[in-house]
Design a protein around this ligand. Sequence first.
Ligand code: ADP
Length: 654
Amino acid sequence: MPTSGSASSGQGQGQGQGQDQGQNPIPSLTTKYSGVPARLQQEAVDAKARLYSQKTVPDSVPRKKKALPPGVSEAGFDRAIAELKDALGHENVEVNGTDRPLVDGWYMEHPNTHDAYHIAEQEELVCSAVVYPGNTREVQTIVGWANKHQVPIYPISMGRNIGYGGAAPRVPGSVVVDLGRRMNRIVNIDGDNASCVVEPGVSYFALYEEIQRRGLPLWIDCPDLGGGSVLGNAIDRGVGYTPYGDHFANHCGMELVLPSGEVLRTGMGAMPGPQPEPQPEPQPQNSSGATDSQARDGAADVPNPTWQSFQAAYGPYIDGIFSQSNYGIVTQMGFWLMPATGHQSYMITFAREDDLARIVDIIRPLAQKRILGNIPQLRHVIQELAVTGKPRSFWQYQKPMPRDVIRARASTLFPPGGGDVSWVFYGTQYGDTAASIAGQLATVRAAFAQIPDSRFLLPTDVAADHYLHSRVAVCSGQPGLRELDWLNWVPNAAHLFFSPIVPTAGGGGRTTASAIHNLVAQLHAQHGFDLFPTMCVAAREMHYIANIVYDRADRDAKRRAIALMRDLIRHAAARGFGEYRTHLLFADQVAQSYSWNGGALRRFNESIKDALDPNSILAPGRNGIWGRRFRGQGWEILDGDGRDLLIDGVVPKL
Ligand code: ADP
């Protein structure tokens, strides 16, 4: 069962280090916590076959150099690792030595040793070892060890943070703390409260399958791909597409190990649960079944019954500082689940590129009035082509695909007589009755019908393999794999996300949806990339997500992608657009762009970092937050520093 986190379950064996994965069977969810559910097994086989048919890079690449933590000698590292093995068991510590080739794998068989979608050299962001804790107490042991030996540690839950750095640590030679392999229990699902508590290694697939198995009328909320961890995605502030799509906003309660080694529960979890009535005879400790890590201070640990009911508790609301930061290792997290309801997905196509401003202006009041119940997506028609899984090679040229080529190709994807398409809006309406949904649909249709030549289509109007059907699933909380298909656009495809926050405002001026779109389009053209924009449009802001797809075997493409990212961040910042999330290697530049009042936010973050983590052991550099030990030593990759990541690398020159 994927709900078992026991060390003896054998789950998670063969994480991908040093193996040729081309021929391996894809791990299933019943044999591995990060595996694929049976219902998607064939889809995974097909997706992998398509990706591998486009692959020219070798499955496995020999290592050139040994990765060591900064400032630690080889002998010192060996001694420290021996100590860690003694503490956690030899089988739970893997040294990532030069005998371990680098294996990028693919989404379902991803590495925990480096960034599979490398944008710098493949071996640049590599860890020195991976450690697999089995419970909160072992996480505390690892933190104590890291402080003693001054070794940076980098926690991951699943390590599928693709497009943002995957499983890679920002500081090469860090020890990756892979929580998912042994800490993958669904601790609790409360059908009445509509909530759950999960450990780091619970994927969307696993949570969904368990809810189905129990027959509970609850939805999860998942991002476009379902293999990530529920917990990891939320603390990186990922989003999904049901009305519970803001993952961090719908969490309730965390358990963390702080860099000091202390365990903290946030929210109502900070208050102990009800204690047993006094007994005439002393009860044996742990008789309630509490695990070792739960029993603290000599009392049986019954979690507070309102831990998953109220987020803030009493005093400052601190959960936020543990998202997109390096202040703690999250070992458990609570989430609200949505009661299942009726739903109807649809798409609306728009004929002209410059319809964008009007579309956004129509979405805004619909979203503010909550007539749009979720975060709908507005996609450029080029995505319709890419998500068919067919390569861009029908267009023979290096330079970006012109609008008329995209339009001609895409026209086959819509029902005949549909006319031209430039933008596609994917929405879903929710309600307990058909009448309620029909009423909402009528309002939405009427609003968008103001745009000439727009077309409203239901799933029954399009072909069985049209992407709209996968939106139906994702927008009702059913995790899938379909979104992998656009990775076939170029061979050996990898991608980076450029994801600024933009006002939900369509009109003219420098700070509107059209302005950022024009800017992004112009920079993509300049650096020779096709532009894949998806807008996740909320009532007052949109996540404008441009997906930069590049061939990871092509150094020139990598160099152009890096230059494009750096230009995008700089030019967007000049107009007040800042990223909500970014790849590890661009974190410093993004953090730098939040510069109001001389960088007051950065100084505040650093003060917290230094107070909580005086030895700077936890994920140094993540989200551009460097502890005292690293700050100002040349680690930061800043705007205008002239650094060529493919030549100079990411480690400061002495
Ligand atoms: P995914 O769910 O996409 O596989 P990851 O496990 O890669 O996500 O997590 C996303 C990022 O969040 C990681 O790169 C890491 O920096 C951070 N992170 C993940 N899990 C934890 C955790 N349990 N505690 C602290 N930080 C974490």
